[in-house]
Design a protein around this ligand. Structure first.
Ligand code: GDP
Ligand code: IMO
Ligand code: MG
Length: 420
């Protein structure tokens, strides 16, 4: 079976930490979409690692790690990640496999990302500028470059052709500073290194593994509200971040999907532009940001903070067929006297449980207030360690959401969690 772990909000729910924790029970961890826009943080003892393209199973020495066909790969970033891990003594290249149909991010994809964002002015998406949008655009336009092509004798010509097209396109936008020559040099050095890695048919590899009874964990990137089809368009990323993305991204049939594990923070954050109904623009928002260390793992930007949004979570649970929930960063709320959860929206004068089409302009959350627990939860390791108000918060939320919380995380470290 392929179990899936994905974010139910706008990303940064703590996927990296939970995948690393769960990976022990799997043979394979596979990334199915996204690219270096992701930043998955793992804290192991005094060491902190941020992974962008490499799956979060690498720290488990028996686990094979697949970068699936649905992922977009920047050769420069992936080589930097490999170097950082090697320096830290993590030996994993024999356990790393890359899908041959995964698309490549060219330096000029990053250039296009930058000029396109520059042209949007106030309406900019707040992209990580890693070239994600332009790379997926080329994939859909049917002229992208794929991993498997780096092994072909005419790869350089294919590259030059696509680059020329990009440079042509870029003239339609405002100019930005970009040292293309320097980036190209690094890119081709990285390509030479990628040529020596294990480039595979991801779909045969994984289906053979399933046939052999192996257990696979699919690791999502971004969050469900950033999904290209169902997120807060156009303030989204360019891939399918929900369960359906697993089938496309890995070449797995839907009936092979087992558990779908959805992650939410005990509150909510978003980095970049776009609607966020429960966002707090006051001191409480700042308090959450400070207590939660809410700064982007990829870009370092401050994350916008707000209360947990239950209609939003019900929506993304529905889209992905979530069978169990994880709540992270509960400890961040330890100091709060009271907390809120949005239980409905006011939309066009009526109360609704649904996320409306025009969520950007016309939605007011209806809140229920909960008593805070004002207790340090960071050393809790069983349910009975939790103070009663926290137990009540979690129990009421799962009743509302209709899916149980199986894991509650109380700190960044691998073992800082409670299993129910
Ligand atoms: P991801 O993109 O979903 O993997 O999440 P990020 O790594 O971008 O952001 C999550 C941040 O919260 C990281 O700095 C984690 O180390 C940290 N984190 C994860 N779980 C917890 C938790 O339960 N409590 C606290 N305080 N931090 C956590
Ligand atoms: P992880 O996997 C949070 C956001 C960006 C921007 C929008 C589009 O760490 O949860 P893109 O670079 O894809 O063109 O950006 O999506 N975004 C993320 N926000 N976590 C992420 O990944 C994100 N990846 C992209 O901030 O608003
Ligand atoms: Mg992140």
């Amino acid at each position: 079976m392929v179990d899936v772990l994905l974010g139910l909000q706008w990303g940064d729910e703590g996927k990296g930490k939970i995948v690393d924790y769960l990976a022990d029970k799997y043979d394979i961890v596979a990334r199915f979409q996204g690219g270096p826009n992701a930043g998955h943080t793992l804290v192991l003892g005094k060491d902190k690692y941020v992974l962008h393209t490499i799956p979060s199973g690498v720290f488990r020495t028996k686990v094979q790690n697949i970068i699936g066909n649905g992922v977009v790969i920047d050769p420069i970033t992936i080589c930097q990640e490999i170097d950082n891990l090697s320096t830290a003594g993590i030996d994993f290249l024999d356990r790393l496999f890359i899908g041959e149909k995964a698309h490549l991010i060219l330096p000029t994809h990053r250039l296009l990302d930058a000029v396109q964002e520059a042209s949007k002015g106030e309406q900019k998406i707040g992209s990580t500028l890693k070239g994600i949008g332009p790379t997926y655009t080329d994939k859909i336009a049917r002229h992208g470059l794929r991993m498997g092509e780096i092994l072909l004798p005419d790869f350089q010509q294919r590259y030059e052709k696509l680059k020329a097209l990009h440079l042509q396109l870029a003239t339609a936008y405002p100019k930005v500073a970009f040292d293309l020559e320097a980036q190209e040099k690094k890119w081709f050095e990285a390509i030479a290194r990628l040529q020596k890695l294990q480039i595979i048919s991801c779909e045969y590899f994984l289906n053979d593994a399933l046939q052999a009874g192996k257990k696979i964990l699919a690791e999502g990137a971004q969050g469900s509200m950033l999904d290209i089809d169902y997120g807060t368009y156009p303030f989204v990323t360019s891939s399918n971040t929900i369960t359906s993305g697993v089938c496309n991204g890995l070449g797995i049939a839907p009936q092979k999907i087992g558990e779908v594990i959805g992650i939410t923070k005990a509150y909510c954050t978003r980095v970049g532009g776009g609607p966020f109904p429960t966002e707090l623009h006051d001191q409480t928002g700042e308090d959450i940001q400070r207590a939660g260390g809410e700064f982007g793992a990829t870009t370092g930007r401050p994350r916008r903070c707000g209360w947990i949004d239950l209609p939003q979570l019900r929506y993304t649970i529905m889209l992905s067929g979530v069978t169990q929930l994880v709540m992270t960063k509960v400890d961040v709320l330890d100091g709060f006297e009271t907390l809120n959860a949005a239980t409905a929206y006011l939309h066009q004068g009526k109360e609704t449980q649904q996320v409306p089409f025009d969520v950007a302009v016309d939605v007011t959350p209806v809140y229920k207030t909960y008593q805070g627990w004002q207790t340090d939860t960071t050393t809790a390791n069983k349910w009975s360690d939790f103070p009663a108000p926290l137990q009540q918060y979690i129990t009421e939320l799962e009743e509302y959401l209709g899916v149980p919380f199986r894991i509650v995380s109380v700190g960044p470290e691998r073992e800082q969690l409670v299993i129910r």
